[in-house]
Ligand binder design. Structure first.
Ligand code: AP5
Ligand code: MG
Length: 242
């Protein structure tokens, strides 16, 4: 009898700026006991602490462009090596280029791991513009609010941690337009990359926050079962005779 051991679970949230990646990743990561690895938040933390990485990233973020791959990949792989990632991670905003996707795939393959699923939030252009225009973020925990769709209980304060809410500098109309353009050019091709690997699950991101959450939870549970089956089947296989 082979003991059932849970393999780490790595899931990617794909979707354009304003699709709801952060909103969903925060709740899912808490419920599933996984860390949320948001490259946008890691860059913003570095900017707040005025590190060299933060100073380098800021110029790109202010323009709505992607931070160069070498910087981003190095930061993510370093984060993944920390012990709190042992159970897996929910990637929010990473990967965003083919080079990032390949680097992640190679890093996980080196530890005989892989991505369990890629949840692609589909939201139309006009809805994205409206969401980003009305968004307020928490300086403390990174939670997202919206003036109409998801207002905080007390104006200006985060429901989760009591932190101060602010509007992101890259949520102005010009930078938003560039972020959406960059997404189409550099990140949307990853849909095909993951579709070819049979990992892509498209989720209607225009449902209510609760319904999107439910759809993602179902997809992640299926992916988790599939990973568990693959993992235990592999462990139970006798060695190939030489
Ligand atoms: P990042 O911080 O990741 O921003 P983004 O990808 O542009 O996405 P957002 O955070 O704007 O949107 P979201 O999908 O999280 O939506 P949210 O949940 O907040 O990256 C910022 C920058 O960092 C990049 O531009 C780049 O410069 C750099 N960067 C980051 N990662 C990088 C990488 N891998 N490589 C290179 N550079 C990188 O929701 C939006 C609003 O909608 C909120 O107000 C929310 O309350 C509301 N909302 C959410 N869901 C719903 C719903 N179902 N119904 C109604 N309202 C909803
Ligand atoms: Mg976000």
């Amino acid at each position: 009898m082979v003991a059932r051991v849970e393999p780490p679970l790595y899931c990617i949230l794909l979707g354009p700026p304003g699709a709801g990646k952060g909103t969903q990743a925060i709740t899912l990561s808490q419920d599933l006991g996984l860390i949320r690895l948001s490259t946008g938040d890691l860059f913003r933390e570095n900017i707040a602490k005025q590190t060299d990485l933060g100073l380098r990233a800021r110029a790109y973020m202010d323009r709505g462009e992607l931070v160069p791959d070498d910087v981003t990949i190095g930061m993510v792989l370093e984060r993944l090596r920390r012990p709190d990632c042992a159970a897996g991670a929910i990637f929010d905003g990473f990967p965003r280029t083919a080079a990032q996707a390949r680097a992640l795939e190679n890093a996980l393959a080196a530890c005989e791991e892989g991505i369990a699923c890629v949840l692609d939030l589909e939201v139309s252009h006009d809805v994205l513009i409206e969401r980003l225009g009305g968004r307020w973020m928490c300086r403390g925990c990174g939670a997202s609010y919206h003036v109409s769709y998801h207002p905080p209980t007390v104006a200006g304060k985060c429901d989760e941690c009591g932190g101060e809410l602010y509007q992101r500098p890259d949520d102005n109309p010009e930078t938003v337009a560039n972020r959406l353009r960059v997404y189409v050019e550099q990140t949307e091709p990853l849909q095909q990359f993951y579709r070819e690997r049979n990992l892509l699950v498209v989720i209607d991101g225009e449902q209510s926050i609760e319904d999107v959450q439910q759809a993602m939870r179902v997809a992640m549970e299926l992916a988790r079962s599939r990973r568990l089956f693959q993992f235990n089947t592999r462990r139970a296989m006798p060695p190939i005779p030489q």
